[in-house]
Structures are given as structure tokens and as C-alpha cells.
Ligand binder design. Structure first.
Ligand code: ATP
Ligand code: MG
Length: 544
């Protein structure tokens, strides 16, 4: 199998040397928030390996922190992964193994590899030592196995207050790796758990529960982000001393960082709680549900992850790469529609009041086999204010006084006169259309520099355009804090736009290219309201 990155190199080697006879990965989210674009990277690696090697991948919720977890998050995580197009083999929870994990802790105690310590969190920190100095051993470290067994049982039975005792692995207080200095593996915590209820008042720590979950499930490659590199010796210690014969291998990769993008569930949660955004799925949020609500196709997010690649060193990706992938997908797939953002009326002087021309246009000119729809040209139409100028700037290729322009999908028109309002600005533009200048007509070849979109006034549909900007402003030398960088103009609403009636036909969530404007998703359509969300601009700022 051709390898795409260093993880696949490792897998290929292990398959070739028969160290493993298949690959089994897992995606282990903590259900304490919604998944964000960073998680897509991990999903793409773990499920990508499953798909490529015909292996398996479990979805395992790391629910060892009952105070922060919730079923709402479990449900959203499943929905998001499914939407991205990934299929997990088993849905499991760290809490499924609370009994087993407890038994492994007892086994460690029996082997002399764990002890109950009465130190407070503060005392444990104070005796841990530093990177340059060893820690000091706890006075409880050499308790007898019997005493440890009894105390641990009593911890489980709820005989001690929260935080009064912990179970620690007995490893090496002088280890150069701080994680190996007798880490805590169980703590007392009276908290209601969203799955096990009030059954437990002691909970395993992630560093203990995680390797056990992996080993029980037969995971071959436990892929995680670089922060866990220093935890790997502990990971290996746990599976070794708990006596697993088939031991998973932990492999670390660099997490995905995107410029100006918040990728901390904790902070995203704050944005939701303070009401700065409408919810976890606000289209400005870098969450998977936010991107779905925004109208990003799932394939474009997968493509983004593939292009970012898998690296061992941290780096930062530009948001424009994600937008590039979205735009590339939509350019191929989105149907085109005409919408005028900022309308000004144009009257075609040489047409009768009730005269109509109709034209068939391809819904998606990038796809010759796409359906067509009809556009109707009438005496009164709207064009965009920006597309007519009395005093045009240099290189202005649209309509000017006495000039000509092509109306997309219809005729060439020639400017005749302009009505001005009280402020002296154009209020109505008068033109004449050039006969036989539509596509295929004898005058179609007349040279004009510009093509502009339009909608006829009689059939035009009022719509609202929700236009999104970045949630964060750029960091400066003095302003780096997220709180100070929240962009107050991240949402502006245009309520004066006019659309061709074709946009009424599409189902909800359909994404269109509004020609010459941007890609927009149909977000709301009910009596009196037709609302679109800006998905992504047409312009490509990504530098290949
Ligand atoms: P947060 O710090 O935002 O809570 P987390 O890392 O604690 O994120 P988890 O739910 O533990 O979130 O993440 C599930 C998986 O996704 C983990 O394997 C984690 O390493 C991975 N992951 C999280 N963020 C990123 C990221 N930015 N890039 C790549 N993988 C990530
Ligand atoms: Mg985590």
C-alpha cells in the first residue's frame, strides 16, 4: 500500500513484518463540547486509515470527567461524524469499562504497582519536583498491599470525602519524565455521570482509562496529538503492567492549527454561553455543525484535511486553504442564480409594457448535463448600483453613460438616459436593448466589455443575505487575547436584495452561486422570509 505519511509508513512496516495482522484505530472525543475543525484532522486520520487498509475504527467517548459531560454533546458528535461521511465500527464509552478499569487498578495494587495516597492535589504538586530536580516520595508510598486494597475498596464504597485520597501508580519519583512520577490514576469525585448515574464516586484518570480502553478493544494504533508524546511511557507502562499481551502502539501527530481560528472547546463554549454567537452551530463557528450550517460540503472539509496532510511538527494553516476547498467543490457542483444585492431600476425604453422574452439557461454551466430553467426578461429590471456609474473609475467594464453592457443570459443593452434623485444620484437607468443580441442571435457578437446580472422587477423575490466575516480580528502585538479580538462586524444583514424566482424551487440548505457575488445557502424559506447565508466568496485568495 502506498504510504501518504509517517503514520502509514509505520503501519506498512508493521503489516509487512507481521507485527500486526490488520489495523484498528479509534476516535476518542470527550463529550464536553461540539467537535470543531481540528477534530476533522483526527477523524480524517483515524477513519482514513480504516478506509484505506480495510480496517476498523471505533468511536469511543472519553467520558471520565462527569462534571463537564453531557448527552447533548454525545448526540452532536455522532451527528457530525456521520455528516462527514465516516462510519464507526463500534460506539463505546470509557465508562463501559469502569468495572474493568477498577479491576485493573486492583491488579496493580496486588502487584505492588499502585498505592493510596492521602496527599491533597496541592501536596502532590509540591512534591513532584521540577524538570531539573527529582520529586520526593510520598510517605504513603510504602503501604502494604493489604492496606492499599482495603483503602481502595473503601474509596469505592464512598467512605471518604472528595479529594481526600487518590490512587497513584508506583513508578519513579526521580524519572526525568514528570508523567512517570507516581501519577494519579483514580480520584474520589461525587458527580452524577450521564451514563453510569451515581454508581461510582471514584473515577479513573484519562491516562489510565485510555490505554485500558484501547487494549480491551484490540486497537492496534492509538493515534493522538503531540501533547501526549510525554505520556507515551505511561501509556506503555499501563498496558504492560495490566498484563495485556496485544498492546496498542501510540503514535503522535501535530494538531491542526488554523490562523485566527479558535480551536478550544472551552472557549467556543464560552462564545455560546455569553451569547456572542447564536449557538454551537452558528455559521461563524469553526465547529463541524457550524460549517454544516454555513453550507460547507462535507467532502470539501475532507479534502481540506487531505491537503493539510499529516505532520510530526506543529504548524499553522491559513483559513484560505479551507475556503479554497469549499469554493472548488461548489464551483463544480453549485447551481447558478441571479441576485442583485443593491438594486437600482433599469427601464428598457424600446420594449412594450407587457412584452416578455424568455431564455433557457443551464442551472450549472460547469455541468453540461445539468437541468435548465427559464429566465424572463421584461421592460423593468433591477441591476446592481455598482454596475452603473456616471463617473466610472479607470478600467470600469460595466455600464456607463452612453455605454453598452451584456445582461447575463439575455440581451446587450445600450444606455440612453439617467433619472436622478434629489441628492443627484441615479435612481432609474434608461436603456434600449439591441435586437437579436441574445446568444445565437445575429448581433450576439457585438463586443461589450462587461456582463452583469439582473432580475426582472415584476418577478423579483425579496431576500435577506446574511454576510459573515471572521469571528476574530487579526492579532496584533498588543492585542492577542481572544476576548479583545472578537469581531463586532462578523455578521451584517442585507435586507434589500432581489433574487430571480428560480431560487424558490431549491430545497432547504441548497447552495447556489449567486453570479458575480458569492456562494449562498438557502437557510430560511417561509411566509415572507427568504434568507440566505454567505458560504464563501467567489474570489480565491489562496496562494497555491
Ligand atoms: P479541546 O482542547 O478543544 O477540548 P481536545 O483535544 O481535548 O480538544 P478531545 O475531545 O479530547 O478534544 O479530542 C478528540 C480527538 O481529537 C483527540 O484524539 C484529539 O487529539 C483530537 N484533536 C483535538 N483537537 C485537534 C486538533 N486541533 N488537531 C488534530 N486533532 C485534534
Ligand atoms: Mg482531550
Amino acid at each position: 500500500m502506498e504510504s501518504a505519511n509517517f503514520i502509514e509508513d509505520i503501519i506498512n512496516e508493521e503489516l509487512a513484518s507481521r507485527k500486526v495482522d490488520g489495523v484498528y484505530t479509534r476516535f476518542p472525543p470527550e463529550p464536553n463540547g461540539y467537535l470543531h475543525v481540528g477534530h476533522c484532522k483526527s477523524l480524517s486520520i483515524n477513519f482514513g486509515i480504516k478506509e484505506k487498509y480495510n480496517g476498523k475504527c471505533n468511536l469511543r467517548f472519553d467520558d471520565t470527567n462527569p462534571t463537564k459531560e453531557d448527552v447533548e454533546y454525545v448526540d452532536s458528535i455522532k451527528e457530525d461524524i456521520t455528516w462527514l461521511g465516516y462510519k464507526w465500527d463500534k460506539e463505546l464509552y470509557a465508562s463501559d469499562y469502569f468495572d474493568a478499569t477498577y479491576e485493573y487498578a486492583v491488579l496493580l495494587i496486588k502487584k505492588g504497582f499502585a498505592y493510596v495516597c492521602e496527599f491533597s492535589a496541592e501536596q502532590i504538586r509540591a512534591t513532584r519536583g521540577t524538570l531539573t530536580e527529582p520529586g520526593t516520595e510520598s510517605p504513603y508510598r510504602n503501604r502494604s498491599i493489604e492496606e492499599n486494597l482495603q483503602l481502595f475498596t473503601e474509596m469505592k464504597e464512598g467512605r471518604y470525602p472528595d479529594g481526600s485520597k487518590v490512587l497513584r501508580a508506583k513508578i519513579d519519583m526521580a524519572s526525568p519524565n514528570m508523567n512517570m512520577r507516581d501519577p494519579v490514576i483514580y480520584r474520589i469525585l461525587r458527580a452524577h455521570h450521564h451514563r453510569t448515574g451515581d454508581k461510582w464516586c471514584i473515577y479513573p484518570m484519562y491516562d489510565f482509562a485510555h490505554p485500558i480502553g484501547d487494549a480491551i478493544e484490540g486497537i492496534t494504533h492509538s493515534i493522538c496529538t503531540l501533547e501526549f508524546e510525554d505520556h507515551r511511557p505511561l501509556y506503555d507502562w499501563v498496558t504492560l503492567h495490566c498484563g495485556f499481551t496485544k498492546r496498542p502502539r501510540q503514535i503522535e501527530f501535530a494538531r491542526l492549527n488554523i490562523k485566527n481560528t479558535i480551536m478550544s472547546k472551552r472557549y467556543l463554549k464560552k462564545l455560546v454561553e455569553t451569547g456572542f454567537v447564536a449557538g454551537w452551530n452558528d455559521p461563524r463557528m469553526p465547529t463541524i455543525s457550524g460549517m454544516r450550517e454555513r453550507g460547507y460540503p462535507p467532502e470539501s472539509i475532507r479534502e481540506f484535511c487531505a491537503r493539510v496532510g499529516v505532520a510530526k511538527a506543529n504548524s499553522e494553516v491559513d483559513t484560505s486553504l479551507l475556503e479554497f476547498c469549499v469554493r472548488e467543490n461548489l464551483n463544480r457542483n453549485a447551481d447558478r442564480a441571479m441576485v442583485v444585492e443593491n438594486p437600482i431600476k433599469m427601464v428598457i425604453d424600446n420594449m412594450l409594457d407587457d412584452e416578455i422574452f424568455s431564455f433557457e439557461v443551464l442551472n450549472n454551466p460547469n455541468n453540461e448535463s445539468s437541468d435548465t430553467h427559464t429566465i424572463y426578461f421584461r421592460k423593468e429590471i433591477y441591476i446592481d448600483r455598482e454596475d452603473f456609474k456616471l463617473n466610472p473609475p479607470p478600467k470600469y467594464h460595466r455600464l456607463t453613460e452612453g455605454g453598452m453592457v451584456r445582461l447575463k443570459g439575455a440581451f446587450i443593452v445600450k444606455h440612453i438616459s439617467t433619472e436622478l434623485n434629489a441628492e443627484g444620484n441615479p435612481s432609474v437607468v434608461h436603456c434600449e436593448y439591441i435586437k437579436d443580441s441574445a446568444q445565437g442571435g445575429v448581433n450576439a457578437k457585438i463586443k461589450v466589455k462587461g456582463v452583469i446580472q439582473w432580475v426582472n422587477c415584476q418577478d423579483a423575490i425579496d431576500c435577506e443575505l446574511y454576510q459573515y466575516g471572521a469571528l476574530l480580528t487579526d492579532a496584533t502585538e498588543t492585542v492577542t487575547d481572544f476576548n479583545q479580538r472578537l469581531n463586532p462586524d462578523s455578521l451584517t444583514i442585507n435586507r434589500s436584495a432581489k433574487a430571480e424566482p428560480y431560487v424558490l424551487q431549491g430545497q432547504m440548505n441548497k447552495v447556489y452561486q449567486f453570479m458575480r457575488l458569492a456562494y449562498y445557502k438557502k437557510a430560511v424559506q417561509n411566509e415572507g422570509v427568504l434568507r440566505f447565508y454567505l458560504v464563501v466568496s467567489l474570489k480565491d485568495s489562496f496562494n497555491k
